[in-house]
Ligand binder design. Structure first.
Ligand code: PLP
Length: 390
C-alpha cells in the first residue's frame, strides 16, 4: 500500500542536527564521538531542581495527574515572581502566563494564535531550525531578513521593506541561535516601532536570556508600549540544563494568552506536572546561580573560540547563547555539508552544516556551527581531535 504525506510535511527537511549526531555516534561510538552538533548539555542540572522533582514524585497525589492545562499555579506564580525579580517586569500569573511543552511548542502555539493561512511571518536568517516548518504548519509564508556575518547586523531598510500588508508576526530570537547575536536596544526599538506602525505581533524567543557575555539582554516586551502586543517565549531547557524535561512558557497580554491557552490545550493538553513543580524551585534559585551559570559558559566559549581559531577556523566570540558559526574557508575548499562530513569521518567531531540554518543555503556554505554546552574536558577532547584537520 502506498501512503502519501501531506504536501506541507513532505517538504520538511529531516533534522540535520540529529542526523549529524547519530552518524558520528554510529561511526565512532559514545566514548570517542564528540557532539558539538546538538545543543544539549553533557553535565548535570542544578541539584536543587532534581531534588525538587524527586520530592514532587514522592508527594504524588494530584501531581501524578493533569495540571491545569495552562500550567500549575505554583509554576506560574514562580515565573511571575522571577520576571519581576530578575527582569523587573510585572506579569500577572493568572492571565498572562501559559506553561507549554518547551519553547518549541510555545512558538507553534504563538503562531497558531496570531497567524492566518496566507499571512506572512518575518524571520531573520540564519534561524533556529523550527521557525520555518512552524510557519508552514500554520499555513503562512516566511519572509526573510538576512543577518550578515561577521557581526550579524541586519539592514534597517531590508527590515522595513519586509513588512508588507500581509505581515502578521515577526520572530525575534535574542540571544540568537545559531550566531550568538544579542539584539541591541536600538535594533529592538526599530522592530518595536515597525510592529506598532503596522499592527504586527512580535514573537520573541528568549530561551538564552541568561547567556549574554557582552552587552545586555533586552526583552522586547519591556520597551514602551510593547507588553500589550508581544508574545515572549522562554523556558527551563537551557537555563537549568534540562532539555529533556520539556517545560517552556509564554508571557502575553490577556487576550493573546486566552488564544494561546486554547491552542496549547488542543496541541498537548499540558506538560509533566511534577517537573513543573521542580522548575518552580529552579526559578527561585538565588542570583548567585545565574552568575555562576554565565561565568561557566563564558569559560567554555573562550576555550572553544580560541581553540578553533588556533586550528585555522575563523570565529568571532559570540555575544550570547552557546553557539559559534565557524568559518572554514582557510581550511578547506569543500562546501559545508562535505566539510561537516569530513569532520565526522576524520575527527569524530559532529557539527552542523551552516546552510541548514538558511532558506538560501548558499549563504551558509562556508560555515559549520559548533554548540558548546559541554564540559571543558569534552571541548578539549574535541579540539584535540580537530588538531589533525589543520
Ligand atoms: N529556541 C531556540 C532558539 C533554541 O535554540 C532551542 C533549542 O535549541 C529551543 C528554542 C528549544 O527550546 P525547548 O527545549 O524549550 O523546546
Amino acid at each position: 500500500m502506498s501512503v502519501r504525506l501531506s504536501g506541507k510535511v513532505d517538504g520538511f527537511p529531516d533534522s540535520v542536527i540529529r542526523n549529524m549526531t547519530m552518524r558520528n555516534l554510529r561511526l565512532h561510538g559514545p566514548a570517542r564521538a564528540v557532539n558539538f552538533a546538538q545543543g544539549f548539555p553533557d553535565f548535570e542540572p542544578p541539584p536543587e531542581i532534581v531534588v525538587a522533582a524527586q520530592a514532587a514524585l514522592d508527594r504524588g497525589g494530584d501531581y501524578h495527574q493533569y495540571a491545569i492545562t495552562w500550567g500549575a499555579p505554583t509554576l506560574r506564580e514562580a515565573i511571575a515572581a522571577y520576571q519581576s525579580r530578575v527582569w523587573d517586569r510585572p506579569v500577572d500569573a493568572e492571565n498572562e502566563i501559559s506553561v507549554v511543552c518547551g519553547a518549541t511548542e510555545g512558538m507553534l502555539a504563538a503562531l497558531f494564535t496570531t497567524v492566518e493561512p496566507g499571512d506572512e511571518v518575518i524571520v531573520f536568517e540564519p534561524f533556529y531550525e523550527c521557525y520555518v516548518p512552524d510557519t508552514v504548519l500554520v499555513g503562512a509564508r516566511p519572509r526573510f531578513v538576512p543577518l550578515r556575518s561577521p557581526d550579524w547586523r541586519f539592514d534597517p531598510d531590508e527590515l522595513r521593506s519586509a513588512f508588507t500588508a500581509r505581515t502578521k508576526a515577526i520572530i525575534v530570537n535574542t540571544p540568537h541561535n545559531p550566531t550568538g547575536k544579542v539584539f541591541s536596544r536600538a535594533e529592538l526599538q526599530l522592530i518595536a516601532k515597525l510592529c506598532q506602525e503596522r499592527g504586527v505581533t512580535p514573537i520573541t524567543d528568549e530561551i538564552y536570556e541568561h547567556l549574554v557575555y557582552e552587552g545586555e539582554h533586552v526583552s522586547l516586551a519591556t520597551l514602551p508600549g510593547m507588553a500589550e502586543r508581544t508574545i515572549t517565549i522562554s523556558g527551563a531547557s537551557k537555563t537549568y540544563s534540562v532539555t529533556g524535561w520539556r517545560i517552556g512558557w509564554l508571557i502575553a497580554p490577556p487576550q493573546l494568552t486566552a488564544g494561546i491557552r486554547k491552542v496549547h490545550d488542543y496541541l498537548t493538553v499540558g506538560t509533566a506536572h511534577p517537573l513543573q513543580i521542580a522548575v518552580a524551585a529552579g526559578l527561585r534559585l538565588p542570583d548567585a546561580f545565574y552568575e555562576r551559570y554565565l561565568s561557566e559558559y563564558r569559560e567554555r566559549r573562550d576555550l572553544l573560540v580560541a581553540g578553533l581559531n588556533a586550528r585555522g577556523f575563523t570565529v568571532s566570540s559570540p555575544a550570547g547563547a552557546y553557539y559559534v558559526m565557524a568559518g572554514f574557508s582557510r581550511l578547506s575548499q569543500l562546501d559545508d555539508e562535505a566539510f561537516a562530513e569530513q569532520l565526522i569521518e576524520t575527527a569524530g567531531v559532529a557539527t552542523v552544516p551552516g546552510s541548514s540554518f538558511y532558506a538560501h543555503p548558499e549563504l551558509g556554505r562556508k560555515h559549520v556551527r559548533f554548540s558548546f554546552p559541554k564540559r571543558l574536558e569534552t571541548i578539549e577532547r574535541g579540539l584535540e581531535a580537530l588538531a589533525g584537520i589543520a
